[in-house]
Design a protein around this ligand. Sequence first.
Ligand code: SAH
Length: 243
Amino acid sequence: MITRRTLLAGGAGSPLCAGAQAVDAFAADRERLVAEVERDLADIGSMTGRATLDPRVLDALRKVPRHRFMPMSVMHRAYENRALPIGHEQTISQPSVVALMTDLLDTRPGDRVLEIGTGSGYQTAVLAELVERVYTIEIVRPLGERAAVLLKALGYGNIEARIGDGHRGWPEAAPFDAIIVTAAPEQMPQPLIDQLARGGQLIAPVGSQADGQELLLMRKGDDGQTVTRNVLAVRFVPLTRER
Ligand code: SAH
């Protein structure tokens, strides 16, 4: 269990203290978190068709300093396998969910990925560990701006962040090898389907707060046709519309 004292000792309070020092101070906490995620996703085979989580995804969870992506008030819980509040009525996703969605996307090192719902930037960083370039869109300006500054401070040079409504995607940078949506639209937004490359995959929690949401994995074949698979029932914050 980490304490506020170890957090401060790890340099979490200082924006100048990014990188190796903070990473090392929490390595053991992250290792425990990875073990918990593996236990939580022990039956992952039924959802991904692969026996275990991709070791590359687990390595990314070992590297990304999750405590840096949340407010001081909940930082001491950073390495619990839970979603936690990050302000503006939003949450940082549960590590198991980040691991599962990232695994399902089955990315390759050369991929270009679009993320809708930057939030804290944690999922963005996990993706940035795995692929060539990540494009991320956030609708709540203070969250998007905070995440962009933090990701830069942590040394991620392969992330482009913008503020806007993710329903429209990022047409200028399309097509994308993978697209991940971390807030729930009522239906899969057509611009995102259009911006998915052939052979690419799109993952999104789709549905309403009232009727429930399903995590959907859509694959676009080499012929441009899409096939969608229902992975599991989930609960995410709604994908809102620009007002
Ligand atoms: N992956 C993030 C999840 C944050 S929760 C993390 O782990 O921190 C989902 C995020 O989607 C919230 O920050 C919310 O503000 C954002 N969001 C909601 N509707 C959006 C929209 N239309 N376009 C872009 N972002 C949106």
